[in-house]
Design a protein around this ligand. Structure first.
Ligand code: NGF
Length: 289
């Protein structure tokens, strides 16, 4: 059975502080209404790279306290400060997160040897399993099939969160490492990723669109490709509208519109403008009501 994970958002107040009640509401909505299989905590959608160390820890604490063991939880602990990544890996493992993930280190054009060292260091002394978070469009880091293979030599590295539109590479990796867990990261490309054999998906838009995505996975598994294509088309109408309206603030605006307190994005990410608010209201009415 393929698994669907929402990439959990972080509710922020206007001053950039964490809105704990809002985070709890979003966790509950994902579990009780969306019925997702899991949550990816501290990823891009969670605005992790906008947060300070204490905020990252607090979000990890709140999410697991609210979700308990009701769904699978993956904590993204990657950071440009390797010591912080190691500390967060230990912290979330002690909290009970059953899986961790770490973005490929970015900005300084690290060599593959440096990237490998980073992953092995994060896992040293931590009794947990890790998914490599590969997102070349945002990090500029593209790992090859052979490099994934070298990273997998560490038995604690169990798979990839694959946010990449390179389907040739996905096919190569899937078939070379059939036992590894591959979770697709681009929601608008779920169907081609399913066709290549991913084990599930993690994404931002599943916060709003999990039921349709789950139905698409089921249709695909049942061999009903026409239905899966129709569902992907419907999802992509929604995703296109969200992207046009600025996706991260819009996801929160739509949640707020639905009565789930998602707060606002954290600067330097844009604060909602009146146009964005109107756009989000239209998205809610057109695609989600
Ligand atoms: O937001 C991005 C940036 N990607 C997400 C997802 O791959 C990563 C994706 O759902 C993520 O959610 C996380 O780490 O928290 C897109 O938002 C979606 O496909 C629309 O393009 O690439």
């Amino acid at each position: 059975m393929k698994k669907l994970y929402s990439a959990l958002m972080t509710a922020f107040n206007d001053d950039g502080s964490i809105d704990e009640a809002g985070i709890r509401e979003m966790v509950r909505y994902n579990i009780d209404v969306n019925k997702v299989d899991g949550l990816y905590v501290g990823g891009s959608t969670g605005e992790n790279f906008n947060m300070n160390h204490d905020q990252k820890k607090r979000v990890f604490e709140i999410a697991i306290d609210e979700a308990k063991d009701q769904v699978d939880l993956i904590a993204q602990v990657g950071s440009l400060d390797l010591n912080e990544s190691k500390e967060l890996a230990k912290f979330v493992t002690d909290l009970g997160y059953p899986k961790i993930s770490a973005v490929t280190p970015f900005y300084y054009n690290y060599t593959f040897e440096e990237i490998k060292h980073y992953y092995n260091e994060i896992l040293k002394g931590v009794d947990n399993k890790l998914l490599i978070y590969s997102i070349p469009a945002l990090t500029g880091v593209s790992l090859s099939m052979e490099q994934f293979g070298e990273l997998f030599e560490n038995p604690k590295i169990i798979g990839i969160k694959y946010t990449n539109a390179d389907f040739y590479l996905l096919e190569r990796v899937r078939n070379t490492f059939p036992d590894k867990l591959i979770l697709s990261g681009f929601d608008e490309m779920l169907l081609p990723a399913l066709a290549l054999g991913v084990d599930g998906a993690i994404g931002s838009t599943y916060n709003l669109n999990a039921k349709r995505a789950k139905a698409e996975m089921i249709a695909f598994d049942e061999g009903n490709i026409e239905k899966a294509r129709q569902l992907q088309k419907e999802s992509n109408d929604l995703i296109t509208a969200l992207i046009k309206n600025d996706i991260y603030p819009s996801l929160k605006l739509v949640f707020n519109e639905m009565g789930v307190h998602a707060g606002v994005t954290k600067e330097p990410m844009a604060k909602p403008t009146p146009e964005m608010r109107a756009g989000a209201e239209k998205i809610y009415n057109d695609y989600l009501k």
